[in-house]
Design a binder for this molecule. Structure first.
Ligand code: FES
Length: 325
């Protein structure tokens, strides 16, 4: 994959958890254009010294499609996670002038052209890809609203900018003020028949929206979504033995690691892309063992059949899993 050498042009602390980084090409040239919902992958150094890639949405408050043609800078926002392998902590330690390797923008979460209202649903830092969508809808005179949910207003990034952009079209839900999580059922109930949802947030929010939409018989194309980060380990996750039938290798997948990351640590070279259970690239045939499916790719029938697993996110229900690898 082609890469771009960039430097950190500016660092802005938004709140105690979130920093905004402005990136420009090291050689001063223009950067590849992008559309609303796009992201770049950034190479990070992890706490254990290994390197990996993290995915950050590109923030564009302008909404002018021409402005994204050959931008001089990219803007991303990074939420610091104290758990995990250290990718966000690496990003939070960066200073102006530091160098980074990134991949060109890619858009797996594009804003479609459709009648009806564009309803943006953001959870926490998942707001970042939706900002460009809000700006583009506004610039094009398309009806758009946003529901932005977070723990507290103090920790919700870009609130003033979104209030300026959307005015009454922005509804903010802070758990600390409401005393309860966002009422997803009411949100779905309030949508018109031709409205389309664009959702980006943590897995519980995404699962709630998808579940409510499905329960009301919405066709799947009415809900577009992206997880804002790799899903965290879930309570009750356990270690299990992984056997690779083709190579004869076996290893133990720890409770806090995915099959994919475990295989990479073992020196294997599995196919993957999103690492969030959305793209389907990492599917592997299952020979033995019951799968705890957590992806958004396989159909209900495929999950029930148990013959495939998305190894970036799904796990074994039991203590042993044999894959055709
Ligand atoms: S890498 Fe995309 S679904 Fe696993």
């Amino acid at each position: 994959m082609e890469t771009i050498q960039v430097q950190v042009a500016q660092v802005q602390t938004i709140n105690p958890l979130i920093r905004c980084l402005t990136l420009s090409a090291r050689d001063g040239s223009a950067l590849p254009g992008f559309s609303a919902g796009a992201h770049v992958r950034v190479q990070v150094a992890l706490a254990d010294g290994a390197s990996d890639w993290r995915h950050y949405s590109l923030i564009d408050l302008g909404g002018d499609p021409a402005a994204a043609g050959a931008p001089a800078q990219y803007r991303i926002a990074v939420r610091r996670e104290d758990e995990g392998r250290g990718g966000s902590r690496f990003m939070h330690a960066l200073q102006a002038g530091d160098s980074l390797t990134i991949e060109p923008p890619r858009n797996d979460f594009p804003l479609g052209q459709h009648p009806g209202r564009t309803v943006l649903v953001a959870g926490g830092i998942g707001v970042t890809p939706l900002i460009g969508m809000a700006a583009q809808c506004r610039a094009q005179g398309r009806p758009v609203t946003m529901v932005y949910a977070g723990h507290s207003r103090e920790l919700m990034a870009f609130l003033p900018e979104l209030q300026g952009l959307l005015g009454d079209g922005l509804a903010v839900h802070a758990d600390t003020e409401a005393g309860a999580p966002l009422d997803v059922a009411a949100l779905i109930e309030g949508c018109g028949a031709s409205d389309r949802l664009y959702v980006c947030g943590p897995k519980p929010m995404l699962d709630a929206v998808l579940g409510q939409a499905q329960a009301r018989g919405w066709p799947s194309e009415r809900v577009h979504f992206e997880l804002f980060s790799a899903p965290p380990a879930q309570a009750g996750d356990h270690a299990f033995e992984l056997v690779l039938a083709q190579s004869g290798k076996s290893c133990t997948v720890p409770a806090d690691q995915t099959i994919l990351d475990c295989l990479i640590d073992q020196g294997c070279d599995p196919l993957f892309d999103c690492k969030r259970g959305e793209c389907g690239v990492c599917a592997v045939p299952v020979i033995e063992g019951e799968v705890d499916h957590r992806d958004y790719v396989l159909s209900a029938g495929e999950k029930a059949a148990g013959k495939l697993i998305q190894i970036c996110i799904s796990r074994a229900k039991g203590r042993r899993l044999v894959l055709d690898l």
